[in-house]
Design a protein. Structure first.
Length: 278
């Protein structure tokens, strides 16, 4: 059996349009203890962004709601801040060039790195579009991602990636290493049970978790709950990770659950999910 910490590695709390801390309370009632809270896309929280101040406003809202979530959990809630890769498409629609859009997004990554260096944020969020884009847009997006790797290496944190699907991200891990970041500090959000290169943050569907538990590699569990009142429970609801954890514990996967909720967070983020349980 397993009776340790329960971490959802990628969940959103929307204090403007969504449930906010109420979703964290639901997670806690289901048995959850720790949350890594990703900022919603800037356009969902503050509208269009054209400078660093817009990113700061986005991040401040996320830090505030994460602090409120931290108060209701037996463990900790921590912000993961950055720039959603789909921002590049919105900027292109508004007349930015790919290079100009990338420069603005890099500025947002710089602000996120400041929040890591000064204390409130745990890690940086970056990536590239999960949909087809023009070559120039793809190249600009990869440049933003590599910039995130470089800034994360400077401030000593991990990077969570929003990207296309698939299993082979070896080249991305090599890019991180070239920028001075270890591949173990690169986390592929919305993963299946296994990826090559980064650490998988496994979307908590039963079949994907079964595959992750069947191996020996490090992994996280996540819901990618988006806290959107028009899509309640999407992508997966806040109770999912605690419930899947309980089901997997009953099936005898205690060692794998310890890997997901204790060992991998320590390995990737340098956090102790056991010591931070109240």
């Amino acid at each position: 059996m397993y009776d340790g910490p329960v971490l959802d590695n990628h969940l959103h709390l929307d204090p403007v349009n969504g449930r906010g801390v109420e979703a964290a309370e639901e997670f806690e009632r289901a048995g959850g203890t720790h949350l890594n809270v990703l900022n919603k896309p800037s356009w969902n929280l503050v509208g269009e962004v054209d400078d660093e101040d817009g990113f700061r406003e986005t991040f401040d809202l996320t830090v505030e709601v994460t602090e409120a979530a931290d108060d209701v959990l037996p463990g900790r809630a921590r912000p993961v801040l950055g720039v959603h890769p789909a921002l590049i498409s919105r900027l292109l629609e508004r007349g930015y060039s790919p290079e100009g859009a990338a420069d603005l997004m890099k500025a947002g990554i710089d602000v996120a790195a400041e929040y890591v260096a000064s204390g409130p944020a745990l890690a940086i969020k970056s990536g590239r579009p999960h949909y087809d884009v023009a070559d120039a847009t793809w190249d600009a997006s990869n440049a933003v991602m590599r910039h995130a790797f470089a800034r994360a290496a400077e401030v000593g944190c991990a990077v969570q990636l929003h990207t296309e699907g698939g299993e082979d991200f070896e080249v991305v891990a090599e890019w991180a290493e070239a920028e001075g970041l270890t591949r173990e500090q690169v986390v592929k959000h919305y993963s299946g049970g296994y990826v090559e290169g980064p650490i998988p943050s496994v979307i908590s569907h039963a079949e994907d978790l079964e595959r992750a538990c069947s191996g020996s590699w490090p992994f996280f569990m996540e819901t990618d709950f988006i806290d959107d009142p028009d899509r309640p429970g999407a992508v997966l609801g806040p109770k999912t990770v605690p419930r899947r954890t309980a089901t997997l514990a009953e099936a005898g996967h205690g060692a794998a659950l310890r890997r997901a909720h204790v060992e991998t967070p320590a390995r990737v983020y340098g956090i102790d999910t056991e010591a931070t349980l109240g």
